[in-house]
Design a binder for this molecule. Structure first.
Ligand code: FEO
Length: 168
């Protein structure tokens, strides 16, 4: 069984992960609109990963005999000023998600819910990677600036990203 406050926090996290999926899908559409199909493909894979994060939590809640309550997903932003601004938003979003995961870790410790605490360690580690990746791309696109050839090369590089094989 899950305590109701833990169940509520996990349900909210499912919503945040689904919103992340929606946001990255929207960023992908923005990249398509400015003919950066490699960046777009990268964002679509990111979106799929976020969906898998949501499923991982959903499966855990079900496994623990909790009740999954799907909530409305907010409209994502659809336009950005530049490639840099997309990755600024991505980095800020991932930091927010890390904070949200950390809050549930705190809650699980306070409630002595060691199973949830252990379950969340995967997300704690994942967030280190997610933040580092977003920051690295942000720094790269800032460095490239308006240099079109650099952007073109980065578009090709990001377009080579392969889907993750890990099961949710
Ligand atoms: Fe599921 Fe990017 O956090």
């Amino acid at each position: 069984m899950l305590k109701s406050n833990i169940e509520k926090a996990l349900n909210e996290q499912i919503n945040k992960e689904l919103f992340s999926s929606y946001l990255y899908l929207s960023m992908g559409n923005y990249f398509e609109s400015i003919n950066l199909s490699g960046f777009a493909g990268w964002m679509r894979l990111q979106s799929q990963e976020e969906y898998q994060h949501a499923m991982k939590i959903l499966n855990y809640v079900n496994q623990k005999g909790g009740r999954v309550v799907l909530q409305q997903i907010a409209d994502p932003k659809i336009d950005w000023e530049s490639v840099v601004s997309v990755f600024e938003d991505t980095y800020e979003h991932e930091k927010m998600i890390s904070g949200s995961i950390n809050d549930i870790v705190d809650l699980s410790l306070g409630e002595k819910d060691y199973a949830t605490h252990t379950f969340l360690q995967w997300f704690v580690n994942e967030q280190v990677e997610e933040e580092a990746t977003a920051l690295k791309i942000l720094e790269d696109v800032k460095m490239i600036g308006d240099y079109k050839a650099g952007l073109f090369m980065m578009d090709r590089e990001l377009g080579q990203r392969a889907p993750e094989t890990e099961e949710a």
